[in-house]
Write a protein that binds this ligand. Structure first.
Ligand SMILES: [Zn+2]
Length: 432
């Protein structure tokens, strides 16, 4: 919506305002100064009567949203904006993960201009979904790490982290280290809101020695670090037994080496396999569709954040294979669980890329507490990708943005949390 020119003072009048700290105000007025969109500086938040008395209220530009719920902007903790050009694509979960990987390998762009255009479209669709910060995976076309997604996000000054993805297993470990070091040196000195981070792809494509190297590098250089973890049955089979379609895939690429079996094929779960490196750096791990009690304990003890991507898990049929995702038990164990969308390929919303739609799925399917969902969408997401959590609250001061969702009118029933109305409505989230 981008209300008002930069520097102007807005008065947003809404049905209610709430954030992930538990703050609720209904009805609500917010006085805010427009910064570079979507950022705003919050000057006052409260009941309209209190705001009337504020000295800036008389001349503020009114933004009347009498049927909307206003919240901080959302964080998408795990996405792949460089795949946006592919769009939502149906997939038969029974055809296996490797067939899907082949689809992506064929459809993804390798030309920098094309990758940049896809990421720019991803930024537009993120904003169309009320998202002001992302944990975006800068994918590696043909297995070669690529800075174009980072540069595109940085040029747009999009808040968050671009996680530089790399693969390195078998014969490719040393080359991978060299390339990643070289690309990291090219990012030094950038002062934009987009940070660079590291993304060893997954335990079935990255040797544990390379994970250790990346974790040490992340720790010493204070870089955010992320990985896919415990996502598919193929990954679990490969890690436990060193066999299956994932091994065939590596052999087909000509990068299989028997030294892989030093660390793979010893009956471990993916989380147990990675446990030593998870405690070496503050990881953000995507998915964790399969987690036994020991895995939850490992993630909690190591301070690992989880990006749960509910629509991606449903798209790949993860629940049929592993049972319901244990995100609520993870939260109870003290794990910082955020929401991600994964790529647009597995989404059912062609016009936006937003974890708000994943929160709606959890609300509908599991009846999850709306405040928990709001926290996962804002504070937990910010913590997971290493940005200031205060920017995703209604505390006074600079914020990454505000979102309005039209709740369609009056508050029904017995005093529900206002965010439940936003979740239940079919309305689009709008960045103010
Ligand atoms: Zn992913």
């Amino acid at each position: 919506m981008n209300q008002g020119p930069v520097g102007s003072i807005l008065r947003i009048n809404a049905l209610a305002a709430c954030d992930g700290t538990g703050f609720v105000c209904a009805p609500a007025s917010i006085l805010a100064q427009r910064l570079a969109p979507p950022s705003l500086r919050l000057l006052a938040v409260g009941h309209p009567r209190e705001i009337d008395a504020h000295p800036a209220a008389a001349t503020a530009l009114p933004v009347d949203l009498p049927t909307s719920i206003v919240t901080p902007a959302f964080v998408n903790a795990h996405t792949h904006l460089d795949l946006t050009h592919i769009g939502p694509t149906p997939h038969d979960p029974d055809s296996g993960f490797v067939s899907w990987v082949n689809l992506v390998r064929t459809a993804r762009h390798s030309e920098p201009d094309h990758i940049a255009a896809s990421v720019r479209r991803g930024i537009e669709l993120s904003r169309a979904g009320g998202v002001a910060a992302v944990g975006d995976i800068a994918g590696a076309p043909a297995g070669i790490p690529n800075l174009t997604p980072y540069r595109t996000l940085a040029k747009a000054d999009f808040e968050g982290c671009s996680f530089l993805e790399f693969f390195g297993i078998g014969t490719t470990i040393d080359k991978c280290r060299q390339i990643v070091n070289q690309l990291l040196s090219e990012t030094v000195g950038c002062t934009c809101r987009t940070r660079i981070g590291l993304q060893p792809h997954a335990p079935n494509t990255v040797d544990i020695r390379l994970y250790r190297w990346a974790a040490d590098l992340a720790q010493s250089r204070r870089l955010p670090i992320s990985t896919h973890l415990s996502e598919t049955p193929e990954e679990a089979q490969f890690v436990a037994s060193g066999s299956g379609p994932q091994r065939t895939f590596l052999e087909r690429l000509g990068i299989w080496h028997d030294s892989i079996l030093e660390h793979i094929g010893h009956g471990q779960s993916p989380v147990a396999h990675l446990a030593p490196v998870l405690s070496a750096a503050p990881f953000l791990v995507a998915h964790v569709n399969n987690a036994d009690d020991a895995a939850i304990e490992t993630l909690a003890r190591s301070g690992t954040s989880v990006a749960y991507c509910p629509r991606a898990s449903a798209y790949f049929g993860a629940e049929r294979r592993f049972g319901p995702h244990r995100y609520r038990e993870m939260l109870s164990a003290g794990i910082n669980v955020a929401l991600g969308t994964d790529s647009i390929i597995n989404l059912d919303t062609a016009d936006r890329i937003s974890p708000f739609d994943d929160a709606r799925l959890l609300s509908r399917r599991d009846g999850t507490d709306p405040l928990v969902l709001l926290r996962m969408l804002t504070l937990n997401g910010a913590r997971a990708i290493g940005v200031d959590t205060a920017r995703f609250t209604l505390e006074l001061g600079e914020t990454s943005g505000l979102v309005a969702v039209d709740a369609g009118g009056t508050i029904p029933g017995a005093n529900p949390h206002p965010f439940s109305l936003a979740l239940q409505s079919g309305s689009k989230p709008v960045l103010l």
